[in-house]
Design a protein around this ligand. Sequence first.
Ligand code: AMP
Length: 556
Amino acid sequence: MERTTQPATPLVGLMQDDHPLTVASILRRARGINGHRTVSTFHGNGLTRTTYAEIGNRIDRLAAALDSLGVRPGDRVATLLWNRQEHLEAYLGVPSMGAVLHTLNLRLFPDQLRYIIRHARDRVMIVDDTLVPLLKPFVDDIADVVEHFIVVGDGPVDGLPNTVHRYDGLLDDADSGTYAFPEITDDRSAAALCYTSGTTGNPKGVLYSHRSTVLHAIAECMADAFGIAGSDTVLPVVPMFHANAWGLPYSASLVGANQVLPGRFLQAEPLARLIEQERVTVAAGVPTIWMDLLRYADEHEPDLSSLRIVPCGGAAVPRVLQEGFEHRHGVRVVQAWGMTETSPLGAVAHPPHDVAGEEAWAYRTRAGQISPLLDARIVDVDGSALPWDGESTGELEIRGPWIAAGYYEDPSGADKFRDGWLRTGDVVSIDRRGFMRITDRAKDVIKSGGEWISSVELENELMAHPSVREAAVIAKPDERWTERPLPCVVLDQGAEEIGPNELAAFLSGRVARWWEPDEYAFIPEIPKTSVGKFDKKALRALLVDGQLDAARRQVA
Ligand code: AMP
């Protein structure tokens, strides 16, 4: 007998799908059953230590104070703060009020900060006393937007308008029982706002929702990501203004891990001391931070044995860095990939279970395996999808529950999104197992004789040279080949005798013959962006202005 098929009507699940995923629920758990776990802030001469329970009490008073200043659901509350306890209070407290936490990058130029604050229309700003001078150049231009400044610490506040409050004073005056947190019933409502450090045009706002924040926090706690657990002690070296410190304050709070916040002390020596004293198990930051720490550790042999995992990303993580930590200090550095627009975790480079040795390194030096629940595709210039064969190279597009769907009130960024996908601007290949190799940022690729040269790969190979401290490769115009690679190299102190010929000999056999640079620029320092990455835009400007001329040396 033939079976008749009915038109398909999906059966609706009978689960509490409307139960919202909110930052408030992260806070509830942290201050409740994990109330005894600690949050410590380093101040240079010592730590202040508190618990999630106490942070919860202070958040009650912070919320009452902000409410009395007129902060309502949907309002933006800016922070201009280092990684410290008060910043975590704002992280958990502001979204729990239904308001939006807006983290300002303190390394931006005054013009960019002015633009961002006005664009976001921040009604209140919580600012570190040491950072008040940053506001001076433009404080009059934001006076019609920012109604209240709340200063953390008791340093001078000269130059701020008279609507200044002291953070601790506000909390002392506030009554912890008076503010009734609203029910956040729709978890798609905004929780936090972070502007991209944008290399072209104005900075663009990424507006995270409660739901995206919670799902991202869970994803970060998965064993194949960073496996953050209640037993961990997490040190976010990555600033809380850089893509929400990669979401770590939320994932650590979600599971009740201890947090160690380094304040403004991001140099190798205090970081090593913090790791040693606090028995840190997870410490995360960009490669430049860990390169410095590795040099320090080689010299001073601090006890880093508590470290279980060092998530590292934001830029390609050189193999020498991973190997140096692993072989000489027993510390596992794990590469991850992400963007402000992706919350930021999008890929993690744990090698698959069935590989070892060199094969494992081949995976660990890639940007990572696309994270669960995210879809990725590679597209070529005309927009057609390319296969995941580990060879085909094109722009990475990504979508998923913690990926931006658009920029905050900025139609000029619309071309970064297409058919529900985020166009990342990263040029990648992906293999069958979902491991992604980044060849370049689209704007950094070097086009030579109609083919692409990967600046990232050249940099990695050069940084494997024992005397090369840093290497950033940019394109230089070339009549015959259109462009050729120009490595800008910083040598270790005392290694100044190393010249272009030695580097050329070192690269020979490590990269394709036609990739080999015909000249090098030896410079004292590579300019860095506001989030500590190589600033190739600045290097290109130096090249165009002729400022690299004296440093350029031809291979014989
Ligand atoms: P941002 O939004 O400032 O964090 O910058 C995001 C960009 O950093 C990405 O689009 C990549 O170009 C770069 N990036 C992040 N992680 C990695 C990585 N592991 N390897 C290479 N580039 C990376």
